[in-house]
Ligand binder design. Structure first.
Ligand SMILES: NC(=O)C1=CN([C@@H]2O[C@H](COP(=O)(O)OP(=O)(O)OC[C@H]3O[C@@H](n4cnc5c(N)ncnc54)[C@H](O)[C@@H]3O)[C@@H](O)[C@H]2O)C=CC1
Ligand SMILES: O=C(O)CCC(=O)C(=O)O
Length: 547
C-alpha cells in the first residue's frame, strides 16, 4: 500500500480515483507548519499540496520514503524542487488545469478595477447610496498590454479582444505569425508601457521577471494606466506601484498575488485605488477538481506503471541507464541555463547538440531533453520539464539537431550545446572528468576549464597585461570573493575571456564599473539555479564520480 498525505484545501471530488484505489491510503491534514509536518512526513510515499504548504529542504530531510510531491496547480514556488531532485523525489504539477479559472479571475479583476465594484459594494452595503464617487472607465477601444503570452496570457487576451480591446502582447516566445493569427500585436515592453491603458501580468516569477514592473518601467507607462497581477507577487515592485498610484500617474491596480503572502502591507491594503483578492486565481470548483483529478491520476500512474507525465524535475530512471547518465544530468541542465544567458536571454530559434566519446554509445535522449529543458526553463520556468521539453520546443517553432560524433575531443566524453537566434550564437562545451566532476571546457570559441558554480562572472576583454589585476581589485573593493579564475584566448594580444566563480552575487553597479575598465568589452553575471551558493568557511570535497 502507498500512503498519500493531502494538505491544503484540495478538492475531495478530484481525489476520488486515489481514495477509491485499492493500493492507496489517502490521509488529509490541514495546512501545517514545516515543524509539524516534519513529525509525520516520514510515513508517506506521496504528498499533495496546493500553495500554502511549504515543502522545504528541511522538511524533505525527514521525508525518508517520499517518492512524489504533487502540486495541485501550476507554480511550484512553494516546493524546493532542487532539494527534491537531489533526494530523487519526483515533483509533478497540473499545468493547464487552472488556466480558465485564472483567466476568468483576471478579467473579473480588470472589470472590477475599471468600474470600482469592490469600493462601490463596500459603501452600498454599509448603507450609503453614493452614485457620484464611482465613475469608471470602459474597456471598449482601450489597449491592453499582456506581459507573458503563455496559456493564461493568451486566454485573457482572447477574451479581452471580445470586449473590443486592442491587444499588445510581450513574450520572448511570441512570434509575429502567432500574434497575427490570434489578432494581437507582438510588442516590446516599452511599447506596452507607452500605449497601454491596462497592463496585465502572466509570467512566472523568475530572475528575469522579478521587479520587471519597477520605478523605471512605471515612469515609461502612459498616465492613467491600470495594472492587473494574477500571476506571481514580485513581478510588480509593490512599493514602486504604490508610489506611482499616490503620485496620480497610475490610476489603480488589481492584485491577486503578493510579494509576501498573506499580504499585510497597509500601504497596499488601504489604498483606495488598489483592489485585492487573497490568491484566488485558481479557486473555482471546476479548477480545483481538475487539478486534483490530474495529480491523482498521475500519482496512480507513477506508482503503478512507473510512467511520468508532468514531472517538473526529472523522471525516475532505472538501473543501468540511471547510473550511466546520472553524472551528466545536472551538467546538461547547467549548460542549457548558461547558454541562454550567453545569448543575452533571447529566445532561441535553432539549437544544436553534439556528443563525443563514450556518450555516442549511450541512449542520450534524456541528456538531450535535459539540455533543452535547461535552455527553455530560463523563460518557461516551471512549465517545462523533461517530458514536455521537445513538445514545447516544437510549439515555439525552435528547431534542434543532435549529432553523435565518431571523433573525440581529447576527453572520454564531451558535450557541446550551440544555440542561435538567427543573429547571434552562443556555445558551451563541457565534460565530466572521472574523479573530478563536471567541467565547462568551452565558452563560444574560447577554451577554458571551469567547475560550474552558482555565480559565474563572464568577461570579454583584450588580451593585454594587467586585466586580471584590475578586475580582481574592483571585485575586492566590493567585498566579492573570487573562488576560481580562468582565462582563455584564441591568439596572443587578441580577444580573450575571463571566467570567475564568485562566492556571492553582485549588483548591476559592479558590472557597470567593470565596463569602465579600459580594454574590457563585456561583463555578464551568469547564474545557475540548480547549484547551492558557496558558504564561506565550507571546504568542498571533490566528488568522485564514475563515468
Ligand atoms: N493567481 C493564481 O491563482 C494563479 C497563478 N498562476 C500563475 O500564472 C503564471 C502563468 O501561468 P501559465 O500561463 O499557466 O504559464 P505558461 O508557462 O503557460 O506561461 C508563462 C509565459 O510567461 C513567459 N515569460 C517568461 N519570462 C518572461 C518575461 N521575462 N517576459 C515576458 N514573458 C515571459 C513564458 O515565455 C511563457 O509563455 C504562472 O506564474 C502561474 O504560476 C497560474 C494559475 C493560477
Ligand atoms: O492553488 C492555488 O490556489 C494557487 C494556484 C497557483 O497560483 C498556481 O497554480 O500557480
Amino acid at each position: 500500500m502507498y500512503k498519500v498525505l493531502v494538505t491544503d484545501g484540495i478538492s475531495h471530488t478530484g481525489l476520488v480515483s486515489l481514495i477509491e484505489h485499492p493500493h492507496f491510503i489517502v490521509e488529509r491534514q490541514p495546512t501545517l507548519p514545516v515543524a509539524e509536518l516534519k513529525k509525520i512526513i516520514g510515513d508517506y510515499d506521496a504528498l499533495i499540496v496546493r500553495s500554502q504548504t511549504k515543502v522545504t529542504a528541511e522538511l524533505l530531510e525527514a521525508a525518508g520514503r517520499l517518492r512524489v510531491i504533487a502540486r495541485a496547480g501550476v507554480g511550484v514556488d512553494n516546493i524546493d524542487v532542487n532539494a527534491a531532485t537531489r533526494k530523487g523525489i519526483i515533483v509533478i504539477n497540473a499545468p493547464g488545469a487552472n488556466t480558465i479559472a485564472a483567466t476568468e479571475h483576471t478579467l473579473a479583476m480588470m472589470l472590477s478595477l475599471a468600474r470600482k465594484i469592490p469600493q462601490a459594494h463596500q459603501k452600498t452595503a454599509a448603507g450609503e447610496w453614493d452614485r457620484n464617487s464611482f465613475k469608471g472607465v470602459e474597456l471598449y477601444k482601450k489597449t491592453l498590454g499582456v506581459i507573458g503570452m503563455g496559456k493564461i496570457g493568451t486566454e485573457v487576451a482572447k477574451r479581452a479582444k471580445s470586449f473590443g480591446m486592442n491587444i499588445l502582447g510581450f513574450d520572448p516566445y511570441l512570434t509575429e505569425e502567432r500574434a497575427k493569427k490570434l489578432g494581437f500585436t507582438k510588442a516590446s515592453l516599452d511599447l506596452i508601457a507607452a500605449e497601454s491603458d491596462f497592463i496585465t501580468i502572466h509570467t512566472p516569477l523568475t530572475n528575469d521577471t522579478r521587479g520587471l514592473v519597477n520605478d523605471d518601467y512605471l515612469r515609461k507607462t502612459k498616465k492613467g494606466v491600470r495594472f492587473v497581477n494574477c500571476a506571481r507577487g514580485g513581478v510588480i515592485d509593490e512599493k514602486a506601484l504604490v508610489r506611482a498610484i499616490k503620485a496620480g500617474h497610475v490610476a489603480g491596480a488589481a492584485l491577486d498575488v503578493f510579494e509576501k503572502e498573506p499580504v499585510a502591507d497597509v500601504e497596499l491594503l488601504q489604498n483606495p485605488n488598489i483592489i485585492v483578492t487573497p490568491h484566488l486565481g485558481a479557486s473555482t470548483v471546476e479548477a480545483q477538481e481538475k487539478v486534483a483529478q490530474e495529480v491523482s491520476a498521475e500519482i496512480i500512474e507513477i506508482f503503478e506503471t512507473q510512467s511520468i507525465q508532468n514531472a517538473v524535475n526529472m523522471p525516475q530512471m532505472s538501473g543501468e541507464t540511471q547510473a550511466k547518465l546520472q553524472p551528466y544530468l545536472l551538467l546538461s541542465d547547467q549548460m542549457g541555463q548558461l547558454v541562454i544567458q550567453l545569448l543575452n536571454k533571447q529566445a532561441p530559434t535553432k539549437i544544436e547538440i553534439n556528443y563525443y566519446g563514450d556518450l555516442i554509445d549511450e541512449d542520450t535522449e534524456l541528456l538531450t531533453r535535459t539540455l533543452l529543458k535547461g535552455v527553455l526553463s530560463y523563460h518557461l520556468s516551471d512549465s517545462v520539464n523533461l517530458i514536455n521539453a521537445l513538445h514545447l520546443l516544437k510549439e515555439q517553432g525552435v528547431s534542434y539537431n543532435v549529432v553523435k560524433n565518431a571523433t573525440n575531443k581529447g576527453f572520454a566524453n564531451y558535450m557541446e550545446l550551440c544555440v542561435s537566434n538567427g543573429l547571434e550564437t552562443a556555445r558551451i562545451g563541457a565534460t565530466v572528468l572521472n574523479g573530478y566532476g563536471a567541467r565547462i571546457l568551452k565558452i563560444n570559441q574560447y577554451r577554458i576549464d571551469v567547475k560550474p558554480e552558482k555565480y559565474l562572472l563572464y568577461i570579454k576583454h583584450r588580451d593585454v597585461p594587467g586585466m586580471i589585476g584590475k578586475v580582481g581589485s574592483l571585485l575586492g573593493d566590493y567585498g566579492i570573493n573570487i573562488g576560481t579564475m580562468q582565462v582563455g584566448r584564441t591568439e596572443v594580444g587578441g580577444e580573450a575571456i575571463m571566467v570567475l566563480t564568485l562566492d556571492k552575487t553582485m549588483g548591476s553597479n559592479v558590472i557597470r564599473e567593470l565596463m569602465l575598465i579600459d580594454g574590457l568589452d563585456e561583463a555578464q553575471l551568469l547564474e545557475l539555479t540548480n547549484v547551492d551558493s558557496f558558504e564561506p568557511g565550507r571546504v568542498e570535497p571533490e566528488k568522485v564520480e564514475s563515468v
